[in-house]
Design a protein around this ligand. Structure first.
Ligand code: ATP
Ligand code: MG
Length: 165
């Protein structure tokens, strides 16, 4: 199993479907208060992963790109909420500060596309997934845990994806 260090998992996805399946596994493990940051160029696969994440989490709502409205909220029958933020259109940090991330985290889990644009308001502990284009249908994902909660989440994800230990 490819492990770069104890806090990082490297995964090569060979198709959008495979990326969605990884997202489903991670989505099924998310708890309220979790933050997952998704970094990568345009078309890298961030929203594709979110489609799986939302499905695995149990969303009743379909995923769409929140590029114009900045945050989408997906719901679950148990009233759980999953926030999907796209920081690409945020032009300044003051505007970012108006996004009440703490309030979102009190109510559910948060997924952030283009997190590097709002670094100053992100919690120090988080999951950070970076996508690299390898080839037409191939993407490298580096999944990095920052903090104890995310180490535990990464361990569970590794177990789900590969079994064994
Ligand atoms: N292995 C793969 N994983 C994810 N997407 C893939 C893969 N192979 C090809 N693709 C394609 O790459 C594109 C990824 O688009 P997506 O909207 O997920 O990117 P994004 O990172 O959210 O971009 P943006 O910054 O514009 O929001 C889709 O057209 C998808 O079908
Ligand atoms: Mg996107």
């Amino acid at each position: 199993m490819p492990i770069l260090d104890a806090h990082t998992l490297e995964f090569f996805s060979r198709s959008p479907e495979q990326t969605r399946r990884v997202g489903m596994r991670l989505g099924g493990l998310l708890q309220s208060g979790d933050v997952v940051c998704l970094q990568g160029d345009l078309g890298a696969g961030k929203t594709t992963l979110v489609q799986g994440l939302a499905q695995g989490w149990g969303s009743l709502d379909p995923v769409s790109s929140p590029t114009f409205i900045i945050v989408n909220v997906y719901r679950r029958p148990d009233d759980g909420q999953l926030f999907h933020m796209d920081a690409y259109r945020l032009e300044s940090a003051p505007e970012a500060a108006e996004l009440d991330l703490d309030e979102m985290l009190a109510q559910g889990s948060v997924l952030v596309e283009w997190p590097e644009l709002i670094r100053e308001i992100l919690p120090e502990q988080h999951m950070w997934i970076s996508f690299e284009y390898v080839a037409e249908e191939n993407r490298q994902m580096l999944i990095k845990a920052k903090g104890a909660r995310y180490d535990a989440l990464l361990t569970e994800l590794r177990q789900d994806l590969y079994g064994g230990d």
